[in-house]
Ligand binder design. Structure first.
Ligand code: CA
Length: 250
């Protein structure tokens, strides 16, 4: 971010004034541009007008909830794949699962440190924005294009959430390899994450449903985790690491 025109715009949606100020102050100091909203309605208005590069979205808002804001953005025509990081209260596991299902890319639980938040923002933007092109991954009937966030099975496009896409990309990066639930969480969402194994199971359940006839490609390894069945001939990305997002260690 050496030049002004490269500064990314973050939309901060948060009704608690002290949290909003802390977040905005730290984002500005780190060289981001910032827009603030204190309600879901404001958030959608600013989103439509300013085209932010990323949204930090509090779930508990007066009026329209954060979850509903996320859903409307994802279902909209314009900039629908903007990265969204939810701000949630600690221990709200159901909210986290529902938020990820509504299409959020990541979440941070309150209270959080500015450094953790900034690391997550940078990681999500890196994951979504990426500079260099990544190679296609193919495994059996499955083809994944990490650059376009596009996956298809037997030529049929899969409509995946960002998290489902990340899980599928991870499994497909090493067909036959068993990934534990913990390693899936680490690879997809960053180390030290308070995601429960159940959240991984929810993602896999959704993936299998969308894979349809090819759902058996994802095998459950009892007591361990999941793997993509090794079958047919497959070519692998050499550059698998680019798919695995590791958190920053500031
Ligand atoms: Ca709130």
């Amino acid at each position: 971010m050496s030049r002004a025109e490269e500064k990314k715009l973050v939309l901060v949606v948060e009704d608690e004034e002290d949290i909003q100020q802390m977040v905005c102050y730290n984002l500005l100091r780190s060289g981001w541009r910032v827009e603030c909203a204190t309600s879901g309605e404001d958030a959608l208005e600013i989103f439509a007008a300013k085209h932010p590069d990323l949204i930090l979205l509090d779930l508990m808002l007066p009026g329209l909830s954060g979850m509903e804001v996320c859903r409307r953005i994802r279902n909209g025509a314009d900039n629908a794949d903007v990265p969204v990081i939810m701000l949630t209260a600690r221990g709200e596991e159901d909210d986290i699962v529902a938020g990820l299902e509504a299409g959020a890319d990541d979440y941070v639980t309150k209270p959080f440190s500015p450094r953790v938040l900034l690391a997550r923002v940078a990681a999500v933007l890196r994951r979504k924005g990426g500079g260099e092109r990544m190679p296609l991954i193919t495994a059996g009937p499955l083809t994944i294009d990490p650059n376009r966030h596009h996956a298809e099975v037997d030529g049929r496009e899969l409509d995946l959430t960002p998290t489902e896409f990340a899980v599928l990309s991870l499994l497909a990066s090493r067909p036959g390899w068993v990934f534990s639930r913990d390693s899936i969480i680490d690879a997809v969402r960053g180390h030290g994450y308070a995601v429960t194994p159940r959240a991984v199971d929810v993602q896999v359940f959704g993936l299998r449903r969308k894979l349809g006839a090819a759902s058996s490609m994802i095998e459950t390894v009892r007591g361990v985790g999941y793997r993509l069945r090794r079958e047919g001939k497959m070519s692998m990305a050499n550059n698998v690491d680019t798919l695995l997002v590791k958190p920053d260690t500031p």
